[in-house]
Design a protein around this ligand. Structure first.
Ligand SMILES: *[C@@H]1O[C@H](CO)[C@@H](O)[C@H](O)[C@H]1NC(C)=O
Length: 188
């Protein structure tokens, strides 16, 4: 009996801790106001031999398939990005870039891209770089931007939506953050 914690006693012990936690997080919030951020999704449409081309043939591993390319393949793309999976929906961005197949199973590549955007009153571009998986979601760090996206960081997550046929579709989720010093340029 003496070893058992009484529920009320436990509450008395925990309550002060909880109030300290909430007041310190409140203070923290005042010291560091939330970063300015922007979150949205677009759909990237890539048609082989029309908006995306193999410009250097790979040398080993998997063959050219619906989702694979040989190790060392260099692929270049200029793809539109739309608001919905339907390729006829509004175009809000263009992704220009290249990817180099970097795994022998032909599924992974290292990519970089400049994504030009005109969305929600913002205009400019972001640059991304990172590893892509052809059939699984992948996160790409945002390394910077131009125009309204000057100094922006964050990441984009690309996920396959439709890998059948000559046009493949990826969903691209953007998670963009302006660091505090960006206010000096953008005046927000
Ligand atoms: C794309 O073009 C290459 C080179 O001409 C050709 O070998 C390949 O079959 C084409 N792919 C498709 C899906 O049309």
């Amino acid at each position: 009996m003496a070893n058992q914690y009484h529920p009320f006693l436990l509450l008395c012990l925990l309550l002060p801790l909880l109030s300290i936690a909430s007041s310190s997080s409140h203070k923290h919030h005042q010291d560091h106001p939330a970063l300015k951020s922007l979150h949205f999704s677009l759909y990237q449409h890539e048609t082989i031999n029309q908006t995306g081309y193999i410009i250097v043939n790979g040398v080993a591993g998997a063959g050219v398939g619906q989702t694979t390319t040989p190790f060392g393949t260099i692929f270049v793309f200029n793809d539109k990005m739309t608001t919905k999976p339907d390729s006829n929906s509004n175009v809000k961005g263009i992704a220009e870039g290249t990817s180099i197949t970097s795994s022998l199973d032909g599924l992974r590549s290292v990519s970089y891209a400049k994504i030009t955007l005109k969305i929600n009153g913002y205009q400019g571009s972001i640059s991304i770089v990172g590893g892509t998986h052809n059939i699984k979601p992948a996160d790409h760090p945002v390394v910077g931007g131009t125009g309204d996206f000057m100094f922006v960081q964050g990441f984009v997550r690309s996920s396959p939506v439709d890998l059948q046929g000559v046009t493949v579709v990826y969903k691209i989720e953007f998670h963009l953050y302006w660091p505090p010093y960006a206010a000096a340029v953008h005046g927000f």
